[in-house]
Design a protein around this ligand. Structure first.
Ligand code: ZN
Length: 96
Protein backbone atom coordinates (compact mmCIF):
# COMPACT_ATOMS: atom_id res chain seq x y z
CA UNK A 1 0.00 0.00 0.00
CA UNK A 2 1.15 3.49 -0.82
CA UNK A 3 0.05 6.82 0.41
CA UNK A 4 -0.32 10.05 -1.48
CA UNK A 5 2.37 12.52 -0.49
CA UNK A 6 -0.02 15.38 -0.91
CA UNK A 7 -3.30 14.39 0.73
CA UNK A 8 -2.19 11.15 2.45
CA UNK A 9 -4.98 9.04 0.98
CA UNK A 10 -4.38 5.31 0.46
CA UNK A 11 -3.60 4.12 -3.06
CA UNK A 12 -3.17 0.75 -4.72
CA UNK A 13 0.21 -0.10 -6.22
CA UNK A 14 -1.24 0.13 -9.73
CA UNK A 15 -2.27 3.72 -9.21
CA UNK A 16 0.42 6.12 -10.29
CA UNK A 17 -1.74 9.18 -9.92
CA UNK A 18 -3.71 10.01 -6.78
CA UNK A 19 -7.46 9.68 -7.29
CA UNK A 20 -8.13 12.33 -4.65
CA UNK A 21 -5.84 15.18 -5.71
CA UNK A 22 -4.16 14.04 -8.95
CA UNK A 23 -0.60 14.09 -7.60
CA UNK A 24 1.88 11.62 -9.09
CA UNK A 25 2.76 8.88 -6.63
CA UNK A 26 5.68 6.54 -6.06
CA UNK A 27 9.03 6.02 -7.79
CA UNK A 28 7.48 6.71 -11.17
CA UNK A 29 7.48 10.43 -10.36
CA UNK A 30 10.74 10.82 -12.28
CA UNK A 31 9.22 9.01 -15.28
CA UNK A 32 8.33 12.21 -17.09
CA UNK A 33 11.89 13.45 -16.77
CA UNK A 34 13.21 10.19 -18.19
CA UNK A 35 10.98 10.54 -21.22
CA UNK A 36 12.24 14.07 -21.84
CA UNK A 37 15.79 12.86 -21.29
CA UNK A 38 15.52 9.98 -23.75
CA UNK A 39 13.87 12.27 -26.29
CA UNK A 40 16.77 14.64 -25.88
CA UNK A 41 19.21 11.73 -26.24
CA UNK A 42 17.43 10.64 -29.41
CA UNK A 43 17.52 14.20 -30.73
CA UNK A 44 21.28 14.38 -30.17
CA UNK A 45 21.78 11.10 -32.06
CA UNK A 46 19.63 12.35 -34.93
CA UNK A 47 21.53 15.65 -35.08
CA UNK A 48 24.84 13.73 -35.10
CA UNK A 49 23.52 11.60 -37.96
CA UNK A 50 22.42 14.78 -39.67
CA UNK A 51 25.94 16.22 -39.62
CA UNK A 52 27.38 12.93 -40.88
CA UNK A 53 24.93 12.79 -43.80
CA UNK A 54 25.48 16.49 -44.53
CA UNK A 55 29.21 15.81 -44.65
CA UNK A 56 28.62 12.79 -46.88
CA UNK A 57 26.44 14.96 -49.12
CA UNK A 58 29.25 17.51 -49.50
CA UNK A 59 31.84 14.81 -50.14
CA UNK A 60 29.74 12.49 -52.33
CA UNK A 61 30.54 14.21 -55.67
CA UNK A 62 34.25 13.61 -54.98
CA UNK A 63 34.23 10.17 -53.34
CA UNK A 64 33.01 7.18 -55.37
CA UNK A 65 32.37 4.94 -52.38
CA UNK A 66 29.78 7.29 -50.88
CA UNK A 67 26.11 7.12 -51.91
CA UNK A 68 24.89 9.52 -54.57
CA UNK A 69 24.44 13.23 -53.90
CA UNK A 70 20.65 13.01 -54.27
CA UNK A 71 20.47 10.12 -51.81
CA UNK A 72 22.51 12.03 -49.23
CA UNK A 73 20.38 15.12 -49.75
CA UNK A 74 17.25 13.05 -49.18
CA UNK A 75 18.64 11.55 -45.97
CA UNK A 76 19.85 14.94 -44.75
CA UNK A 77 16.51 16.64 -45.29
CA UNK A 78 14.70 13.69 -43.70
CA UNK A 79 16.94 13.92 -40.65
CA UNK A 80 16.41 17.67 -40.54
CA UNK A 81 12.67 17.03 -40.42
CA UNK A 82 13.05 14.43 -37.66
CA UNK A 83 15.32 16.81 -35.75
CA UNK A 84 12.68 19.55 -35.86
CA UNK A 85 9.86 17.29 -34.69
CA UNK A 86 12.06 15.83 -31.95
CA UNK A 87 12.84 19.35 -30.75
CA UNK A 88 9.14 20.20 -30.72
CA UNK A 89 8.44 17.07 -28.71
CA UNK A 90 11.04 17.84 -26.06
CA UNK A 91 9.69 21.36 -25.73
CA UNK A 92 6.17 20.01 -25.35
CA UNK A 93 7.33 17.57 -22.66
CA UNK A 94 9.11 20.32 -20.76
CA UNK A 95 6.00 22.49 -20.75
CA UNK A 96 4.17 19.72 -18.88
ZN1 ZN B 1 -3.54 12.91 -3.13
Amino acid sequence: MERCLDCNSLLTKEETVCVECGTKVGGDAAGGGDVAGSAQFLASIVSALFYVSALAMCASPFVDKLPSFMFCMLITSALLFVMRTAKDNTQKLRKK
